[in-house]
Design a protein around this ligand. Sequence first.
Ligand SMILES: Nc1nc2c(ncn2[C@@H]2O[C@H](COP(=O)(O)OP(=O)(O)OP(=O)(O)O)[C@@H](O)[C@H]2O)c(=O)[nH]1
Ligand SMILES: [Mg+2]
Length: 434
Amino acid sequence: MNTFLFNRPRERAVLIGLCSPPEVTRTQIEEYLEELAFLADTAGADVFATVIQERKLPDHASYIGSGKVDELAGIVRDEAIDIVIVDDDLSPVQARNLEKAFECKVIDRTGLILQIFAIRAKSARAKMQVELAQLEYMLPRLSGQWTHLSKQKGGIGTKGPGETQIETDRRLVRNRIASLKRKLRAVSLQHDTQTRGRRSVPGVALVGYTNAGKSTLMNALCPEAEAFAENRLFATLDTKTRRLELKINKLVLLSDTVGFIRKLPHDLVESFKSTLDEVLQADFLLHVIDVSHPGFAEQMQVVRQTLKEIGVEHDNIIDVFNKIDALPDSGFLRELRVNYPDAVFVSAARGINLSALKDAIGDHLAQEFRERSIRTHVSNYKLIGYLYDHAEVIEKHYLDEEILLTFRVHKNSLKHIEALIKASQNTADATSDF
Ligand SMILES: Nc1nc2c(ncn2[C@@H]2O[C@H](COP(=O)(O)OP(=O)(O)OP(=O)(O)O)[C@@H](O)[C@H]2O)c(=O)[nH]1
Ligand SMILES: [Mg+2]
């Protein structure tokens, strides 16, 4: 399968989906193919035709069955189609057979998503993560063609004695995978060191289906964020973190993250794990939902499932129903409010109800806060300074040369405060009711 697709100019594509009721109904497959068309458009292809084939199970050799293959081969030839895109994962055999029959590029859903990620990746880290996922995907599909890698690394000594071409290719891909994994581990370590210092401020991560409006919401809440938002899939691949001032509990760190999608390729989830650490380490999540999308309920399920897959076990999540401005009628909104009483309804684009969202974040955080008192010498600047910077000081009394402070602080900060108290107790400077 060709991995270099969608070079400009835009290509003409045919989309194929299988309808196998009752598991996949016609309405469902139509919705899936609409999403696939959106993916194709994002990758740079114009959809010429969409084909739905009714079958109980995919054909082992040709996915859609030989009759349908012959019929489609005519269309592909007559209409000068550049690429056929299948809304499912193809086995290497199916992909090869279809490419032979259609005499054009054939790509499956995973390949398409990987391709979009490759186009979208901007930072060195995202580029490495995508390349890793692409190579993992490519490995079982290598069919003996001389890959770009072997050309890069080729020359004397690359082909061992008695090795076939395909073995050489596989070895080169495996070497590159190992080297990318090493580099990514180093980048993650560096990133961890950079972020460790700020863990005393609570972290909130925006998660959700791709195109739900996470980046738009980030920009609306933190105007200086300048997160890239676009009506295309996977606009965001890198985590971006900004400070968000809340009324009562001062500051939180808000992170915008990569969107999820139905059947998100497993290799991508794996290789993006370190970027998704932001989600794992967050104190709680804002699940942004595009409520104007007809399939929003299924999208919510996909997001919950993906969160589970990456290891988010807690249900410390606020559901944020976005794009309420795009709903056809207010009756639907009323119904949603009844069905989802704990959700917050907003429009990130129009700035509707954002203060209610900030209040909800504040209320949620309040449950995470602890009230404590300490008594320390007035010269203990380190401790007093830290409390004024990171906690909400509720009461302050002077007792001779000592100060009694009562404060409210996020539970994440307690450890650091304890350490500061311990350090000053060594010089008999502080007591507390920790
Ligand atoms: N009508 C309407 N459109 C919105 C709203 N919020 C976002 N959008 C649009 O939805 C599209 C996607 O927005 P993004 O903020 O890029 O979505 P995202 O969730 O960050 O998407 P990915 O980064 O691809 O996962 C853009 O065209 C936005 O203008 C809203 O409240 N109402
Ligand atoms: Mg985004």
